[in-house]
Design a protein around this ligand. Structure first.
Ligand code: HEM
Length: 527
């Protein structure tokens, strides 16, 4: 048995030794401490042993086979840990789950392979990983950890990326915290409630059918672009209430300028956000934002003057908080911008991934089964009939699982200490449910890389195992709308046309703004 003594004072804590015994022979499997583990007398001390003992010479005389540490693992001894703490690189590492020494390689890997980038880290450290930084980020793909985050009191967290306010409006829902978030969410929820989808379905099907009518046999379509335009049209009509063609075109162009102008580097590296005398990507972005703000202000004024309509903007203008106060124009403008940024590219990418997956040769059976199901409907089915198809729904869910758009959604910053899977995380740390880890767990989704809609017919998954829309108090506001749109648009396109992929090359995905989308745009030939 490995004596746990004298490493960071562990000798006074009896369960530490058992943990060492568990970890040392296993080498690389540095999974997070299971919640079933008895609480350690000194949690800090014991956990440090969990993570570091196999790198310390003290363990070796015990005759255990000590596999080499993974190269990304810090060669930590007390001195190294101390230096890091002093330098602030890994500030409170003593209480955090294991993770790589630097976050930079992971960031680079994320930009190259947003969906698969967590897999090597999961192999090295387990489903819960700490990324050092200021603040450190703890990502967990463990359903128990995800549950702890999503079911915690929402006031435990604040949204972390306040600096993203330049892109999505400083007063937008996604950046609000505490009581402000609760107030805004309550005001914004009703137009996105599942029951409202009936009102929006007709418009979604009509817009998809109009696009599909223009397709010509043999034509090559870049699905990400086409579907982005289509879901922008849906947002313009359903959210903004703009139905007149010319107005849709003008506003649509301004919105696309903004959403396409948010480069991943600008979003991830605040230091690049300088105007540099009016040239460069950030200066261009700010000029576009000014033009868009003017157009949105105009739309809001017209909305206030018009009679109430069915669209989201109209409902937001009429919404009142508990104290009877409405949202002011500036807040509505920020919320509208958020809805476009959060809503149109995400849904478009999800639909493009679905078409890509269905038309891969290995998934021919899934496409066949879906086509058979669609053929059971009459010539002009009501949107609700499409929305009720169970295999179509399973295809959409499997797409969102296999190709998570937000592999790691916006971090939540801890406002107070928080226990996660037995680790006592200090205030200030960011926590992130790692969708890209949760959706690829072998124990939950056997053969996880395979696209298999049948999974969603055979069993149901908990909200901590299947979480394409995040969860808890910040679960995606547009989830019902996105799922509805996916089913109606895919159903409408596939009922009217056959397609094949223009290239057999697999698409590993790439970062597009904040989302993981197809790298090659999903080029398809109309059959
Ligand atoms: C397939 C499409 C979509 C996916 C996969 C998706 C995914 C997500 C995710 C993962 C989050 C973060 C949740 C969290 O932090 O726990 C989120 C937040 C959000 N989404 Fe979506 N989304 C989609 C479509 C939409 C649409 C269509 C809209 C609206 C038009 C929308 C509006 C929002 C808003 C407003 C938030 C912030 C919620 C809050 O902070 O309270 N999303 N979405």
């Amino acid at each position: 048995m490995v004596p746990a003594g004298s490493i960071d004072g562990v000798d006074t804590f009896p369960d530490a030794a058992r943990r060492v015994d568990r970890w040392c022979p296993q080498g690389r499997s540095m999974v997070s401490t299971p919640s079933s583990m008895p609480p350690a007398g000194s949690i800090d001390g014991a956990r440090r042993v969990d993570r570091w003992c196999r790198h310390l010479p003290r363990c070796r005389p015990q005759g255990r086979s000590m596999p080499p540490a993974p190269s990304s693992m810090p060669p930590a001894g007390n001195f190294t840990l101390l230096c890091r703490s002093v330098l602030g690189i890994m500030a409170p590492m003593g209480t955090l789950p294991p993770g790589p020494r630097s976050s930079l390689p992971s960031l680079v890997r994320y930009l190259r392979d947003p969906i698969g980038c967590m897999q090597p880290l999961t192999k090295a450290y387990g489903a819960t990983v700490t990324f050092p930084g200021k603040p450190a980020l703890v990502m967990t793909g463990d359903p128990a950890g995800i549950k702890a985050i999503y079911t915690a009191d929402p006031d435990t967290f604040a949204p972390l990326n306040q600096d993203l306010g330049v892109f999505i409006g400083p007063r937008s829902l996604i950046l609000a915290g505490g009581a402000e978030h609760k107030r805004a969410r309550k005001l914004m929820m009703p137009p996105f409630h599942g029951a409202r989808m009936r009102a929006y379905g007709e418009q979604m099907v009509r817009l998809a059918a109009q696009r599909a009518e223009a397709f010509q046999v043999g034509q090559t379509l870049t699905m990400t672009e086409l579907l982005q335009e289509l879901s922008l049209d849906v947002i313009l009509q359903v959210v903004f209430g703009v139905t007149e063609r010319a107005a849709m075109k003008t506003l649509g162009a301004l919105l696309l300028e903004i959403t396409n102008g948010i480069s991943p580097l600008l979003a991830l590296v605040p230091a690049l956000r300088h105007e540099f005398g009016g040239v460069g990507p950030y200066a261009r972005f700010l000029a576009r934002r000014r033009r868009l703000h003017a157009a949105l202000d105009d739309l809001i004024q017209k909305g206030r003057a018009a009679r109430p309509r069915e669209d989201v903007l109209s409902l937001l203008l009429a919404a009142r908080a508990e104290d009877g106060s409405p949202m002011d124009d500036e807040e509505i403008r920020d919320q509208l911008l958020l809805l476009v940024v959060a809503g149109h590219e995400t849904t478009a990418i999800a639909m493009a991934w679905a078409l890509y997956a269905l038309h891969r040769p290995e998934n021919a059976a899934a496409l066949g089964r879906l086509r058979d199901e669609l053929a059971t409907l009459g010539p002009e089915p009501a949107p609700e009939e499409l929305a009720k198809l169970s295999y179509l729904e399973a295809v959409c869910n499997e797409t969102l699982r296999r190709y998570p758009l937000a592999p790691a959604p916006a971090p939540r910053k801890l406002l107070r200490p928080f226990e996660l899977l037995g680790y006592d995380l200090p205030a200030g740390v960011g926590v992130v449910p790692a969708i890209s880890v949760a959706h690829f767990r072998e124990d939950v989704y056997p053969d996880p890389m395979r696209f298999s809609p049948e999974r969603f017919l055979d069993r149901t998954y908990s909200p901590f195992e299947f979480l394409p829309y995040g969860g808890g108090a910040r679960r995606c506001l547009g989830a019902a709308m996105a799922s509805h749109e996916m089913k109606l648009v895919l159903g409408t396109l596939l009922r009217r046309h056959h397609f094949r992929l223009a290239s057999p090359k697999p698409d590993p995905g790439a970062v597009r703004a904040a989302n993981a989308g197809p790298r090659y745009g999903v080029k398809m030939i109309v059959g």
